[in-house]
Design a protein. Structure first.
Length: 385
């Protein structure tokens, strides 16, 4: 029996991405929580301190706003979690969407792109995203986190709409996530860590560190904190075709992204002991608006006249779907070679081929609206034989 090295590599990268992502996000959340709970120290020259208890032990954290008077002997750096999260995520993007560009990236119904042009657009979007974000941070807009956030959100919305006009909807979603993830890790690699290294070098040399270095690193860290939950949603979005399969997937992405930002703000407000009721209401409204829009945007397909039998459905699935969904390693383990298997998968078929039109990918086999209506009517009738 042969080994499917591609699938094992996919699993290894995905698992690494999950492990390192948890480590990065966990440390990010912890340090924001820590900042929000610091209190003036009882003594000493620290800017804040916190006593906490965990795992049977007591911890005493102290923060120095610029730097301590002398360098400690050992200093831990939080960076590799971020680097390996991006490396593993980018590797998955290459493995799935670039190596498999014709199946998972290109949508012939949207744009006539060669695989090389599609990949170049994808890679260019990551680089351009960082340049735009970094430029905003360094511009006068960057002096206000709120203004910068609004401008950056607008840029991401434009990117989502543009990419959706070129790529498969699922690939467009993942590229928006990659744009945000690239900006986040570039913040660590190009701003936060270099600024901290400069502070350490100043301390070793006996110079007074520039407080602007710490302020810039802190600002980028705060931005990363708010971008985390939208990126996490995009990471799981391939499992939920009603999001990227909507008529305007960029709008669904915008609504759910804003929901994630609002939820993150709730945690930050709670950490500072401030009221959260208004922000909770905003998050609930955004979530409800998303569900309502997705539910109402696509009119119900008119059912064909008369009863629909499996004999009418089987030729459609054979012609449009069975080329991929065979018994030999079918996608999502969904084989469509018998009535029993097709009936068991009817809910999934409805989600991806009737309620949304994300399958077949790029509609490469040319499934017609009438065929989707037949499938929907058969499933609605209970998938009879």
């Amino acid at each position: 029996m042969g080994v499917d090295y591609g699938e094992w590599l996919n699993l290894a990268l995905r698992w690494l991405h999950l492990i390192t992502g948890i480590a990065w996000i966990g440390s990010s959340f912890y340090f924001v929580w820590l900042d929000n709970h610091l209190r003036p120290p009882a003594e000493g020259d620290a800017s804040g301190e916190l006593w906490s208890v965990h795992g049977g032990g007591f911890y005493h954290n102290q923060k120095y706003q610029v730097a301590p008077a002398a360098m400690p002997e050992r200093l831990h750096w939080f960076k590799w979690e971020a680097y390996f999260t991006w490396i593993s995520g980018f590797s998955l993007l290459v493995l799935i969407y670039y190596v498999g560009a014709e199946s998972f990236l290109i949508d012939p119904g949207k744009a006539d792109l060669s695989w090389s042009a599609a990949i170049a657009i994808g890679l260019g979007s990551l680089a351009l995203g960082w340049l735009v974000y970094d430029g905003l941070c360094r511009s006068p807009v960057g002096s206000s986190n709120l203004a910068l956030g609004l401008f950056w959100f607008g840029c991401l919305l434009l990117a989502a709409a543009a990419l959706d006009g070129l790529f498969n909807a699922r690939a467009a979603y993942l590229h928006v996530g990659a744009i945000v993830g690239t900006a986040m890790v570039a913040n660590v690699f190009l701003v936060i860590i270099p600024n901290q290294r400069k502070v350490v070098a100043d301390l070793i040399a006996g110079r007074t560190p520039d407080p602007r270095l710490g302020a810039a690193a802190k600002q980028r860290s705060l931005h990363n904190n708010y971008m985390t939950l939208p990126v996490l949603f995009i990471m799981i979005s391939p499992h939920y075709p009603m999001t990227y399969g909507a008529e305007r997937p960029w709008l669904v992405l915008a609504l759910l992204g804003l929901t994630g930002i609002a939820v993150r703000h709730i945690f930050n407000l709670r950490g500072r002991g401030r009221p959260t009721g208004g922000t909770i209401a905003v998050a609930a409204v955004l979530a409800a608006a998303t569900v309502t829009y997705v539910t109402m945007e696509r009119p119900r397909a008119a059912a064909p006249a008369g009863d629909v039998s499996f004999a009418q459905v089987q030729p459609i699935l054979t012609a449009r779907c069975s080329g991929c969904h065979t018994v030999n390693r079918p996608p999502r383990a969904i084989a469509l070679d018998s009535f029993e298997r097709i009936r068991a998968a009817s809910g999934r078929i409805k989600a991806v081929a009737v309620d949304t039109h994300v399958m077949p990918l790029g509609n490469a086999t040319g499934m017609t609206p009438e065929e989707r209506q037949v499938l929907g009517a058969w499933i609605a009738a209970g998938s009879p034989r």
